[in-house]
Design a protein around this ligand. Structure first.
Ligand code: SAH
Length: 364
């Protein structure tokens, strides 16, 4: 039995042909039924030959994420805990003034060990399958009817390093953007990476239909290596070189994320160095004031200082936006996602157990 959601359309066509001797155009029909019409029962796919339906039923199943918990922040952001087999991951529906952004996870845990990120403390547990990535999207879409809203953008900024799970992330993106799939515009999807240089190159070469964001987070190798171990493997010069080579257009820049850790990477000297470092990169900057993770030993900068950075960068011709934290009261903000950590009690994770959950209880 195969999980239907693990196949892109070309892969499904090949599988139909090679394993089942089914004409590839039937794959297109089924794909459309499943993703466009949301039909998950082969018997209901009325334009398929009747002989084919039992064959498909014997060989494919459709999995759904179990919504184990949902928390709602006072700012309207929602955090979901989805059970995927033996593991759980979090997805966040972020409420912004004019739109909603869905933040999905690509791994259980993360192996990148960034010093300021709570997910990093979990270590790498496993890669999500393509199906498990799509199930988060479906789970949130299905629940959105309860709120009368919908996301406009999807960001791979939840748990995990998406480019460390390249095949599943890129396949999921191809299904999300496919006309017969979820039909989400490529400009509405962003993949964020710590800076895995070979994977960034591959992302460009294979024309994965999504935007690229890179977590830069420092202007010197010394500081970057201290907070992001990956920098020892791919130092700033290598990373920036790859970003200069990355295919961009006037409308498709690389987002440079910069977590501001007060006094460590947000000094006057950093502010002077950043535009020089990014010279020649088609970049727009996203400043992220550090979301406090108690015990990790970093400080959040003052609001005024964050604004000063934004204005100074703008003065140097660098468009910079600020990502103020969302859903901090439910630990749904950047770098605060953590599950399955046996060392942490359920209580300290802040989850509401599904059986006694009171929706909206966190709304203050
Ligand atoms: N592994 C990917 C995607 C997940 S993190 C990456 O590193 O890009 C998404 C963003 O949240 C990254 O830019 C990361 O640097 C940032 N982040 C992690 N912990 C944070 C924290 N405590 N406060 C603010 N941003 C944080």
């Amino acid at each position: 039995m195969e999980d239907f959601f693990n196949f892109s359309l070309p892969e499904l066509e090949a599988l139909f042909k090679e394993r089942f001797s089914i004409a590839p155009f039937h794959a297109r029909q089924v794909f459309q039924w499943v993703y466009r019409k949301k039909v998950r029962d082969f018997e209901l796919m009325t334009d398929l030959p009747s002989k084919l339906r039992p064959l498909l039923k014997e060989n494919f199943f459709f999995s759904t994420a179990e919504q184990k918990a949902r928390q709602i922040s006072s700012d309207g952001t929602r955090k979901y805990l989805f059970g995927l087999g033996e593991n759980s991951v979090e997805s966040v529906m972020i409420k912004q003034p004019t739109r909603m952004t869905l933040c999905v996870s690509s791994q259980v845990g993360c192996g990148m060990a960034c010093a300021f990120c709570r997910t990093g403390t979990m270590g790498f547990i496993k890669n999500l399958t393509t199906s498990q990535i799509l199930q988060q999207v479906e789970g949130v879409i299905n629940d959105a009817v309860n709120f009368g809203d919908m996301f406009q953008n999807i960001v791979f900024m939840g748990m995990g390093e998406p480019l460390h799970n390249f095949d599943n992330v890129s396949r999921a993106i191809r299904i999300l953007t496919h006309q017969l799939g979820f039909e989400i515009g490529p400009r509405r999807i962003t993949v964020s990476t710590v800076g895995l240089v070979p994977a960034i190159k591959r992302f460009g070469e294979e024309k994965v239909p999504a935007n690229l964001a890179v977590s830069l987070n420092a202007t010197t190798d010394e500081v970057r290596s201290q907070i992001m171990p990956i920098n020892k493997k791919y130092p700033l010069s290598t990373l920036i070189g790859a970003l200069k080579d990355f295919p961009t257009t006037k409308h498709k820049k690389i987002t440079i994320e910069y977590v501001m850790l007060s006094g460590l990477n947000d000094t006057e000297a950093d502010l002077r160095r950043l535009p020089k470092l990014l010279h020649g990169v088609a970049a727009k900057i996203n400043l992220i004031p550090y979301n406090d993770n108690a015990g990790l030993g970093f400080k959040t900068p003052d609001r005024d200082w964050v604004h000063n950075w934004q204005q100074t960068l703008a003065g140097r011709g660098l468009e910079a936006t600020i990502r103020w934290s969302k859903g901090q009261d439910i630990k749904a903000a950047c770098g605060q996602l953590v599950t399955d950590d046996k060392k942490l009690s359920k209580k300290s994770l802040g989850y509401i157990a599904p059986e006694n959950s009171v929706e909206g209880s966190l709304v203050v």
